[in-house]
Ligand binder design. Sequence first.
Ligand code: FBP
Length: 260
Amino acid sequence: MLNINDSPITRNGKSLIVAYDHGLEHGPVDFEDVPKSADPGHVFEVARHDAVTALAVQKGVAEGYYPEYEDDVNLLVKLNGTSNLWQTEPYSPKNCTVEYAAELGADAVGYTMYAGSNREGEMFEEFREVQEEARKHDLPVVMWAYPRGQPVKNDKKTGIISYASRIGLELGADVAKVKYAGSREAMEEVVDASGRMKVVMSGGSKKSDRAFLSDVHDTMSAGGHGLAVGRNVFQRDEPTNILDKLEGVVFEGKGVDEGL
Ligand code: FBP
């Protein structure tokens, strides 16, 4: 495991990663409420906010936009991804090498792991390659730890989220991005299962500021290390407002009321 406390993707050991790979994972429907969010340039501008420690994008978006932002934004290149246009066994194919991500200027790389899928073996093997190549480039590896497949009846259960996060530790991730487990106590179990690896909360669909900050606060109080969030930032007309509030809760130890 790398010590990523000196990495640009952390600030005082914590991270606030803006995830913006939804155009691939969900399609343009995620941009309908706030049409300007379909423009990667808009989201790169948002990611210049001091609270944002990295912007996670697929390589095509990185190629097209990152050169203008390399002084202001830290880049996390997502190395695999999938559309939701198919319906078979969960699998997220690799579409970019660590070497190419490094050439693009990545400060970290990301990989989605669907533990529980019948194709888990292929993904473990792809992740092995990613993790070992990332070590050669000294790049932190963030695992999107999303248990999925026939044996995973409920991916919101604390035990299954803990298991997915633990798989991240076992396979050499530096950070696991997990779904919110539902309470501070449940997030504590997830963090406890994860050893020294950092655990960050995934955002999920859009909520009110108070509800979202409350989940984030639970995660931070449970010993989590921040969040990796997409829709709860870019589906707002003024993403800067929520980033100001998140900065208080994630980096300044504020409670929900104070953060608001
Ligand atoms: P959100 O904060 O919008 O949930 O984004 C997090 C994320 O992991 C994205 O990086 C990704 O595109 C999406 O969720 C995948 O979500 P799912 O596989 O659950 O549809």
